[in-house]
Each structure stands twice: as structure tokens, then as C-alpha cells.
Design a protein around this ligand. Structure first.
Ligand code: NAD
Ligand code: UDP
Length: 312
């Protein structure tokens, strides 16, 4: 079997670093590209001795040229705190990053997968969310730079496919957690675990009755690779997430229980436009990719807690 050359943008981030490792383990040559905004070399340092791994500092808002067979386009901050820090840059990363990577895919005839998001559904009025739902997004709200950036990227992908025959794949990822999330990432699972391990107050925003459906990172990586390897005729978009839905208050209680923490739960203001509910309908992923999540919340949280114990 010949070794595939695979470019992973955002490869030094949380999901990207898991994906790079898995692709290398499967015998591929991996180019990991990152500007280290929210990612870090530390996430991939253990791969640097592998002669088939290459780490490249680059910002996807600038064009990039390499010979490659596949591109996984993950570059983009994913935590609300970080993507709102420089909203214009976030949109540039999504939109110009998509244009640059699609241009590359077109030039070298590579297959390209876009890491899209459940955020394209906004604060959804349809529950659970199916891929046919067009979403409910505030185009001028605090989350718009991310949501609309990702929606625009999907549009670009679909049009490069229609106009230029670029082989595309769009995956809509639902809330994913696991080892290698940055302790200051700001997303709920890492916040709660770090707070619990340090016996600090657990910060629930709002009343904690908003819901999310949490997927362990290994399940996501499996879904991404299955999508990339699916028939060219299947472009997605396809939801990949764990349909088990929990309130944020339930998550806080679970993290306290699993860590044996003395932390108390406190309530802080709910950020604007925070979606009230989110649950993937994964019928399409089951049918087209023969994929469903394998790791339940308790099991995934325990693995993630072990990781954070080793670093905080
Ligand atoms: P992350 O913030 O850990 O990783 C993003 C990576 O992209 C980081 O390494 C960052 O430095 C890099 N990056 C950001 N801007 C860049 C730029 N302009 N040029 C080059 N690199 C850049 O987040 P993550 O959770 O690993 O998310 C990875 C991808 O998956 C993102 O595209 C995100 O939108 C998508 N996604 C993640 C989730 C989730 O729950 N983890 C859910 C939906 C979608
Ligand atoms: N959240 C919370 N406390 C925190 C961080 C987040 O209650 O310390 C809430 C947040 O308001 C949202 C949910 O947890 O309702 C998930 O937030 P996250 O930032 O992880 O992801 P997203 O909102 O993008 O799904």
C-alpha cells in the first residue's frame, strides 16, 4: 500500500493532534500546519521523531503550497472565548482559510474535508438537529464570527465542488472533549474538570438548564477518517456527535462526582446567544459511514480527568 500524504490544518490543536497521531499510526505521511493561536507544539511533540511527520508554522489566511493527497481543514479557534477574542480574524481564518485550502486541493487534485460545526444550526428550533435543518443563527451576534464563518466555508466547499469538481467532505462536529484540551480553553468540559480538580467553584452559566451532547474525541476522529474514506459521491454535510444529551448542571454534578471534588456550583450570567439545546440526529452518519459513538460520557470524562490530573 502506498503511503498517503495528508495535510492537517490546525493539527497542533486539541482535535488536530489526535487526528495527526491516528493518521501517522495508520502509516500515512502527515503535514501538521498551525499558527499556534490556540494549539501548541506540546500536543504533537511526541510525534516529532517520526520521519513521516512534519510540523509547519503557517497561518491559513495566507496561501500555502504542498503536494498532498488529502487535506483535513481544522484550523480555527473553537472555544467561544478564543474565537470572540478577535472576531475579524476568526472570520478570515474560516473564509480565507477555506479559499486557500480549496485552491490548494483544486491545484493538486486532493480530497478535502472541512471541520464544520453544530454551530451552523445556531440556537436551533428543530430538535434533534438533522442535516436538512438550515439553522437559526444571529448574523450580528457575539457568536456570528464563528457560526457565519463556518457557514460561509460550507458554501465555498459546495461551490468548489460544483464549479471545479473538487472532492469535498463536510463534517458537522458536535461538542467534543478529551485529553489535550488546553486547561485555559474555556469550553465547558475542560473548565469544569480543572475547577473540580483544584476544588474551585464550578462556573455554571445561566441556570444550567441549557443542553449539550458530548462526544469523546476518539469517536470524532473515527468519524472524520470514515468520512474522508467514503465514496466521492458522498460529500456530506454529515453530523458527527454523541446523541446523549445532558444539561450543563447535570454535567457539573457528574464532574464533581467523578473527581470526588469539594467544589461548589456557582451560577454566572449566560453569554448572549448561547444555544439552549443541542443534540445531533446521526441517522445519516450511521447509514453512510456505518459510524456511531462508542464511548459514553462517564468513560470519556474519566479518561479526560486522568489527563488533566497529570497537567494541572
Ligand atoms: P482548537 O482551538 O484546539 O484547535 C484549533 C487549531 O487551529 C489550533 O491549533 C489553532 O492554533 C489553529 N489555528 C487557529 N487559527 C489558525 C490559523 N489562522 N492558521 C493556522 N492555524 C490556526 O479547537 P478544536 O476543538 O481542536 O477544533 C478543531 C476544529 O474542529 C475547528 O475547526 C473547530 O471549529 C472544529 N470543531 C470542534 C468542535 C469541538 O467540540 N471540539 C466542535 C465543532 C467543530
Ligand atoms: N458553560 C458553562 N460554564 C463554563 C463554560 C461554559 O456553564 O465554564 C456553558 C456555556 O454557556 C454553554 C455550554 O456550557 O451553554 C457549552 O459551552 P462551550 O463553550 O463548551 O461550547 P458551545 O457553547 O460552543 O457549545
Amino acid at each position: 500500500m502506498s503511503r498517503k500524504k495528508i495535510l492537517v490544518t490546525g493539527g497542533a490543536g486539541f482535535v488536530g493532534s489526535h487526528l495527526c497521531e491516528r493518521l501517522l499510526n495508520e502509516g500515512n505521511e502527515v503535514y501538521c500546519l498551525d499558527n499556534y493561536f490556540t494549539g501548541q507544539k506540546q500536543n504533537v511533540v511526541h510525534l516529532l521523531n517520526n520521519p513521516y511527520f512534519e510540523l509547519i508554522r503557517h497561518d491559513v489566511t495566507a496561501p500555502f503550497f504542498i503536494e498532498t493527497d488529502e487535506i483535513y481543514n481544522l484550523a480555527c479557534p473553537a472555544s467561544p472565548v478564543h474565537y470572540q477574542y478577535n472576531a475579524i480574524k476568526t472570520m478570515k481564518t474560516s473564509v480565507m482559510g477555506a479559499i486557500n485550502m480549496l485552491g490548494l486541493a483544486k491545484r493538486v487534485n486532493a480530497k478535502i474535508l472541512q471541520a464544520s460545526t453544530s454551530e451552523v444550526y445556531g440556537d436551533p428550533l428543530v430538535h434533534p438537529q438533522t442535516e436538512t435543518y438550515w439553522g437559526h443563527v444571529n448574523p450580528i451576534g457575539e457568536r456570528a464570527c464563528y457560526d457565519e464563518g463556518k457557514r460561509s466555508a460550507e458554501t465555498l466547499f459546495v461551490n468548489y465542488h460544483k464549479q471545479n469538481n473538487v472532492k469535498i467532505k463536510i463534517i458537522r462536529i458536535f461538542n467534543t472533549y478529551g485529553p489535550k484540551m488546553h486547561p485555559n480553553d474555556g469550553r465547558v468540559v475542560s473548565n469544569f474538570i480543572v475547577q473540580a480538580l483544584q476544588n474551585k467553584d464550578i462556573t455554571v452559566y445561566g441556570e444550567g438548564n441549557q443542553t449539550r451532547s458530548f462526544q469523546y474525541v476518539d469517536d470524532l476522529v473515527e468519524g472524520m477518517i470514515r468520512l474522508m474514506n467514503s465514496a466521492d459521491s458522498f460529500t456530506g454535510p454529515v453530523n458527527v456527535g454523541n446523541p446523549n444529551e445532558f444539561t450543563i448542571l447535570e454535567l457539573a454534578q457528574k464532574v464533581i462526582e467523578l473527581t470526588g471534588s469539594k467544589s461548589k456550583i456557582i451560577f454566572q450570567p449566560l453569554p448572549s446567544d448561547d444555544p439552549m439545546q443541542r443534540q445531533p440526529d446521526i441517522t445519516l452518519a450511521k447509514k453512510e459511514l456505518d459510524w456511531s459513538p462508542k464511548i459514553n460520557l462517564d468513560e470519556g470524562l474519566l479518561k479526560t480527568i486522568d489527563y488533566f490530573k497529570s497537567i494541572v
